[in-house]
Design a protein around this ligand. Sequence first.
Ligand code: ADP
Ligand code: ASP
Ligand code: MG
Length: 424
Amino acid sequence: MPAPLVVQKYGGSSVAGADRIKRVARRIARERAAGHDLVVVVSAMGDTTDELLGLAAAITDEPDPRELDVLLATGEHQSATLVSMALHAMGVPAISLTGPQAGITTDGTYGRARIAGIEPRRVRAELEGGKVVIVAGFQGRSANSSIDQEITTLGRGGSDTTAVALAAALQADRCQVFTDVRGIYTADPRLVPDARQLPVIGYEEMLELAHQGAQVMQVRAVELGWVNGIVIEVLSSFEDAPGTLIREDPLVEQRDKVRGLAHDRNVAKVTLLAVPDRPGIARSVFAPLADAGINVDMIVQNVGHDGATDLSFTVPRVELARAEKVLNPIVTEMGARGLATDPSVAKVSIVGAGLHNAPGYAARMFGALADAGVNIEMISTSEVRITCVIGEPTLPNALAALHGAFELERPDPVDAEAALPRAG
Ligand code: ADP
Ligand code: ASP
Ligand code: MG
């Protein structure tokens, strides 16, 4: 019988500096001593990715996307080699591989490439040779015919996706994501001291939390986990404590509570003032934004007066300058009164699979925000969430108010049952 295969991923804070790298190596050695084969995915050390982005920005406003991806990929090369060396120093055979060496191919979108396939021949060979395989996360090689052999990166948080994709391709027995908190909480535990750790969360709810800004797991990693039925265990690399399982939640129908809150500060609001109210206007605004690859999220068009209407929407804050560049000529061309932007807004969301068949959540959410003196600027809803755009300075108050109003610090009675089965 082959040894059980464990894929582990260590995030940036877990490998920030030599001491932490040595601690990670000890954890890996312990797992190996327990008789497991190991593939370990690492993120760049600490704030390396931000620092590299900062360096590029100090050189030019518009870094070449190809060069930027090659630059960013080096962050993960550093940590992968250092973890491998730390294992060597402990007498554990190990080898580091870049994403391309690990057989990860992607589409050709620099900066947010999607994994197209994995051919883990080299990874398997090294495992068979008795080595721990350390894979640099967040990167692959474009298999796109027009730009073959190019290094691409998978978007912020992309090492999560590397880990889940490798677990799927290798049919791993376990997939563990080590981070700087104990698991998935009812809200970001750094902002909400009362946040409660969840023993289990279903893919659908985790996906929605991730979409709405909970950075603890990259959206794409949750999608891949869901599609491939990979149970993802999220846990702390700093302490030995039970984590959270992301997996199919058979009890989801029985839950009648909001499951968690998510927030996102990477939001800016754009308003086109007094836009002429006629067919084709929305297209002339949103088609050029789409062509520029700018993600438009919430859209509100007000009731028209005197043949004109205000049109508001949100874009990622990091894209605001580009959005303005695209929109300025359009505003002039269509004869709108002007363009107003607000970079200091945030989104706050309540998420729960039970939301769609239980009325009253929206009213409770708006009531809690009103009582906390938080002004709501925009609202959007889906089957499993309600999102409000609010002023960023009011975000901590809003989170505290919502956490209390939905009693998220109190365990869901269903959770005790859900926690029982364990990942294979
Ligand atoms: P890593 O470097 O390990 O990938 P990240 O910074 O990407 O770690 O993600 C972990 C962080 O996610 C936590 O420190 C926490 O502040 C944040 N976070 C946001 N929402 C949640 C949540 N619901 N549960 C747990 N952590 C959350
Ligand atoms: N280093 C990359 C980032 O900071 C990828 C990751 O950490 O998952 O986004
Ligand atoms: Mg992360």
